[in-house]
Design a protein around this ligand. Structure first.
Ligand code: HT7
Ligand code: ZN
Length: 876
């Protein structure tokens, strides 16, 4: 496949001033009549018109009302060329024929449970009609949908409804007009027999907006939380970013077959039903939080993505990083800021750091790609959001707000670049942001190494901070980055000390700004050696190498004014213990652990001033995958698991009474109504984490507590937590619990996903056989991405010992599934393949087996561009 490069960007020779689409929908044979008004840009009149297509069949083409002769155009499945268009503005009419029912790629127009729906980002519109299917061609769309009335009483597209009516032959139609010029990737159409949950919202400017969430028949009550989240998002965007909604209607549709989470089509967001449907019976606290965040994310795209879009796909982080930043801020305001920050840092470390440190590493703003679908990554999204957060820290809240306002006014209605975005903040702050651009241009996670010294006589404390970014594919040498280090110097009383002077780096309030490869920073006039608390609130997405003593870390865990760094101190202590224990296991020794850090955790559990969600995070043990990442080389997942188990046993043993008290207190509160808010979910999270730890002892008493929780749970969070423990421990009651669970929820696909995942992630030798058997289960389907991710995805990502089996069968199984899925749904196959990205970190035997599995995929004929691209980079 050809390489597409940022450096080759050129505008199209023609602008598309206006688009009219008419869809005649029948299941196997849909006709799309497109009428485009095109005009040449300066100096391009008469140039051939070359439009994108993908698996298209053209049935008619005319220019200015005249059908073209065969020698006047060339049409293939993936391209249409009109050889000599008229010199001025002209009208191009094309009719294409589609087969939505056969569209298993879920890109373009397809069917999901009988509903016609579309997905056009990034390059799906070209599967509907020939077009300049790229984000810098903005046009005004009018869409007419004709469909059988019984099958599709609901007909939706972007913008505002214009007209509708009966055609008298069992069919009806609706016309939609979107006044806001948009690129093709934001086009959407939905037609089906759906129920709606309706509401309304009045904007700050007084516009009354009709809101509707469309779902499969009977599911409207399950959209209540999504609707509530939507209204809160609309209000928040007005209050915090001054952004108001700009159409008369805002529609959301939930579909069950969807490649990703959701899609921000203008005025018509289409969602994976996982991010819409909830009630306490079927959804966990995490599901509720996910719905709130994704509803907000897609809504926020209305300004950061739709009103201002991207000039080209290299600029994807312009909309995605910024919109993730906005949804993270929203969730922080709705829930606990500290807890959200910790969860986001954990996500970044578990998803983005391995990407940045492996064969698929790429800059936040990549400069080349073969398949754009493979760049919807944690780097573009999550690191992209962190870069914006650093920018805010660097220039301050006020300049950041002025920069955002400038961006919204200056670029409204445009397709913009990262340079244009950053220029707004440079202007608003007066700061030269060119050095900051390294964060966008270079891949890799910097490591900041910290050395300290204390001069008692001079009362001077010195920190040396040295940054280094490892080489990444295609980028051997790295420039120093601008790194904001939010800091505190904690005194013996637990309060922050105030130095009389700081030298060696720019200081901005409580933040040091690193710009050089190394800074030696001195803090004068301190009464005693402080304990340094660096990178407070996770102020930069870097790895920190600092050898604080256990005593210092225990001190920070107990005293730091910054919640993030309290949690970080606990995590560093746990991780150090786990890595050491893994080495001991590898060396044939029994793992041993210090008790002081565990006792410190115990004390925190007793502290009534700390909220439950925070306590849950404090006692949550870093995952086996986290430990493997820290071990980094020659990873033996069995050794990690043995160490991990021993560590959890030690904690459970030492904190047993407290953990039991937490579970019992929560049992006693069982009659409280279920509320999925920060307080309620925090309480459940603490109790379920405590129960998980207790169960690790395997004692009859602990397992009885788990079984009781499973049987008496009145919400899915507790029921699922208990079921997972029973299954993962291989408890004697696990099979019966699984059967009872399926009996009750087997007809709710989103809950079947939880049932599949719990089994696929069980760290037991029989799991692979079980997973293979489950692929034959009537509730499983390779055609549905949620099912595949729940079973095969969970196995590959959340089961390090069984995916990484010493006999290589785990790798082989996932590789076979990827090969099998590729022809039907390349995006899904490519995403599964990414689970192999850290294969070089295994010990030699597993490394060889992973490579064999990867090469088996490579040997298959006709690999998709998606899979071929990931495979090539993974094996390079
Ligand atoms: N902008 C969307 C990204 C997207 C997508 C969504 C659904 C299916 C395929 C897709 N390809 C890309 C989602 C978002 O970030 O909001
Ligand atoms: Zn997005």
């Amino acid at each position: 496949a050809p390489v597409i490069r940022l450096a080759d960007y050129r505008p199209t020779p023609y602008a598309i001033d206006k688009v009219d689409l008419e869809f005649d929908l029948t299941p196997e044979r849909t006709l799309v009549a497109a009428t485009l008004v095109l005009s040449p840009r300066a100096g391009t009149a008469g140039e051939p018109l070359v439009l994108n297509g993908d698996e298209l069949t053209l049935v008619r083409i005319a220019v200015d009302g005249r059908e073209l002769r065969e020698d006047e155009y060339e049409a293939s499945a993936d391209r249409l060329t009109v050889k000599a268009p008229p010199a001025g503005s002209f009208r191009l009419e094309m009719t294409t024929r589609l087969d939505p029912a056969a569209n298993t790629k879920l890109m373009g127009l397809y069917r999901s449970s009988g509903t016609w729906c579309t997905q056009c980002e990034a390059e799906g519109f070209r599967r509907i009609t020939y077009y300049y299917d790229r984000p810098d061609v903005l046009s005004v769309f009018t869409v007419k949908i004709v469909a059988p009335k019984i099958e599709a009483p609901i007909l939706l597209s972007n913008g505002n409804p214009v007209s509708s009516g009966d055609l008298g032959d069992g069919r009806h139609f609706a016309v939609w007009h979107d006044p806001w010029p948009k690129p093709s990737y934001l086009f959407a159409l939905v037609a089906g027999d759906l129920d709606a949950l309706e509401d309304e919202f009045t904007t700050m400017g007084g516009r009354k907006v009709k809101l509707a969430i469309y779902v499969e028949k009977g599911n409207a009550p399950k959209a209540v939380y999504a609707m509530d989240s939507l209204k809160r998002s609309m209000k928040w965007d007005e209050e915090v970013f001054g952004r108001e909604y700009d159409l008369d209607v805002f529609n959301v549709v939930a579909v069950s077959d969807f490649n990703m989470g959701a899609m921000e089509n203008k005025g018509l967001n289409v969602f994976n039903d996982k991010y819409v449907l909830a009630d306490p019976e079927i959804a966990t606290d995490a599901d509720y939080a996910g719905i709130e965040a994704v509803i907000a994310h897609e809504y926020f795209h209305n300004w950061t993505g739709d009103r201002i879009t991207c000039r080209d796909w290299f600029q994807l982080c312009l909309k995605e990083g910024l919109t993730v930043f906005r949804d993270q801020e929203f969730s922080s305001d709705m829930r606990s800021r500290a807890v959200k920050r910790i969860s986001d840092a954990r996500l970044l470390r578990s998803q983005q750091f391995p990407e940045d440190g492996g064969p698929l590493a790429h800059p936040v703003r990549p400069e080349q790609y073969k398949e754009i679908n493979n760049f919807y990554t944690a780097t573009v999204y999550e690191k992209g959001a962190e870069v914006i957060r650093m920018l805010k820290t660097l220039i301050g809240d006020d300049a950041f707000a002025r920069g955002m306002d400038l961006y919204f006014t200056r670029h409204d209605g445009e397709a913009a670049t990262i340079e244009q975005f950053i220029a707004c903040f440079a202007e608003a702050s007066g700061r030269d942001l060119e050095p900051f651009m390294v964060w966008y241009r270079e891949a890799g996670t910097p490591t900041v190494t910290i050395d300290e010294s204390w001069d008692e006589a001079a009362r001077r404390y010195t920190l040396t901070l040295t940054q280094e970014t490892p080489a990444t594919p295609g980028q051997q040498t790295k420039k120093p980055r601008v790194i904001p280090v939010r800091f505190g110097l904690v005194g013996p009383d637990g309060k922050d000390m105030r130095p009389s002077g700081i030298a060696g780096a720019e200081v901005n309030g409580d933040t040091l700004i690193l710009t050089a490869p190394s800074h030696t920073v001195t803090f004068e006039g301190l009464p005693s050696r402080p304990v340094p608390s660096l990178f407070r609130r996770f102020s930069a997405p870097v790895k920190v190498r600092q050898s604080l003593s256990s005593a210092d870390l225990i001190f920070l865990l107990a005293n730091d004014a910054d919640s993030f760094n309290r949690w970080q101190a606990g995590t560093t202590l746990a991780m150090t213990a786990l890595v050491k224990a893994t080495q001991q296991v590898r060396a044939g020794q029994a793992p041993s652990f210090e008790t002081a850090p565990i006792d410190a955790l115990g004390k925190l559990l007793d502290d009534p001033a700390l909220d439950a969600a925070f306590k849950a995070l404090l006692i949550a043990v870093p995952s086996e995958n986290d430990v493997a990442r820290e071990v980094a080389e020659n990873v033996d997942p069995d050794a990690v698991a043995t160490a991990h188990l021993a560590y959890r046993r030690t904690i459970a043993g030492r904190l047993e009474a407290r953990l039991r008290a937490i579970v019992e207190a929560d049992n006693a509160a069982a009659d409280q109504p279920y509320v999925p808010d920060a307080a309620g979910s925090g309480r459940r999270s603490l109790a379920n984490t405590a129960l998980d730890l207790l169960s690790i002892t395997g004692s009859a008493e602990a397992m009885a507590l788990v079984r009781r929780r499973f049987e008496t749970a009145i919400n899915m969070t507790d029921r699922m937590a208990a079921l997972t423990i029973l299954v993962h421990r291989g408890d004697a009651g696990a099979e019966a619990a699984l059967a009872a669970f399926f009996e009750r929820f087997g007809n709710v696909p989103l809950v079947v996903d939880k049932w599949l995942s719990a089994q696929a992630s069980a760290p037991l030798p029989g799991t692979l056989d079980k997973v293979m058997t489950l692929t034959q289960h009537p509730a499983f389907s390779f055609g549905n991405p949620n099912r595949v991710r729940a079973l095969v995805g969970a196995f590959a990502t959340s089961n390090p010992t069984q995916f990484g089996r010493a006999d290589g069968k785990g790798f082989g199984f996932v590789a076979d599934i990827i090969s099998r899925l590729d022809a039907a749904n390349p995006q899904l196959a490519a995403r599964l393949l990414v689970t192999f990205r850290s294969w070089r970190s295994y010990e030699p035997k597993r490394r060889a087996q992973a490579e064999t599995a990867l090469r088996s995929i490579q040997g298959k004929p006709q690999l998709s561009r998606d899979v071929a691209d990931i495979l090539e980079r993974t094996l390079a």
